[in-house]
Ligand binder design. Structure first.
Ligand code: C5P
Length: 227
């Protein structure tokens, strides 16, 4: 990938989760954050990111229309498709990836549940792709001691050296991501693991604590305080 090729970068937003742990009457992507649906934050931010050319949203089943209306209300210009998400995150990403044209060079995959995506992290991710990596993920160090637990008893203390916490967005050369999705995808919790499995090299760049994934009401309140 040469620097002149960045014109074909597609961002996929996985927004089809139910958000059961938030205990709300709507899918997580539509919970309120700073007075608008959670999905609005990543839509807006990725739309304004100069490195992103086009966006595909994987919406919760039955929420395709509200997702399109939201994009219209926000007057975002890069959303080219809104697909129905699948039963799992990886299936939602697969449905969105289907919309990416053959000519695309780079695909960013992002979770709507991590609303505070920044230009800086996208810039950090694209760097390794220019150097020949198949993918790049933002990650944070592990601060706590890790233990493997079986039936409530510690079975092992896991050395944390070399371990990191992977976030999204994750960036991939489009052919590498397609190759990864052509294989067995069930059970994957992120896209990088599929690229790794299919033989791709994935670089790690500095993550961002503000890319916290909203899972609980406490996460929602914390991210809201950072807006
Ligand atoms: O459930 P969790 O918060 O880990 O999901 C991570 C991201 O994947 C969220 O943005 C969620 O909307 C998305 N997702 C999806 N389709 C699913 C499940 C989760 O797009 N079936």
């Amino acid at each position: 990938m040469s620097s002149g090729d960045v014109g074909a970068t597609w961002a996929l937003i996985a927004a089809a989760g139910s958000g059961e742990r938030l205990v709300i009457d709507r899918p997580k992507a539509f919970v309120g954050l700073g007075g608008r649906p959670l999905l609005a934050e990543s839509l807006d931010r990725l739309d304004r990111c100069e490195l992103v050319d086009a966006i595909v949203v994987a919406a919760p089943p039955g929420w395709e229309e509200p997702s399109i209306l939201l994009a219209e209300e926000l007057a975002v210009s890069k959303v080219v498709a809104c697909v129905t998400g699948g039963a799992t995150r990886v299936q939602s990403v697969a449905a969105a990836l289907f919309e990416v044209p053959v000519g695309a060079l780079v695909v960013l995959v992002h979770d709507a549940a991590r609303p505070l995506v920044s230009d800086a992290v996208v810039e950090r991710l694209v760097g390794p792709l220019r150097e020949g990596y198949d993918g790049a993920v933002p990650a944070l160090p592990v601060a706590d001691t890790l233990k493997r637990v079986e039936d409530g008893v510690v079975a092992e203390t896991v050395p944390r050296e070399g371990l990191v916490r992977a976030q999204t967005p994750q960036a991939f050369l489009a052919p590498s991501l397609r190759k990864a999705f052509a294989g067995q995808i069930a059970g994957a919790t992120d896209c990088a693991s599929l690229v790794e499995q299919s033989g791709g090299r994935v670089a790690v760049v500095e993550g961002d604590p503000r890319l916290l994934k909203i899972t609980t009401q406490a996460d929602l309140a914390l991210v809201e305080s950072w807006l």
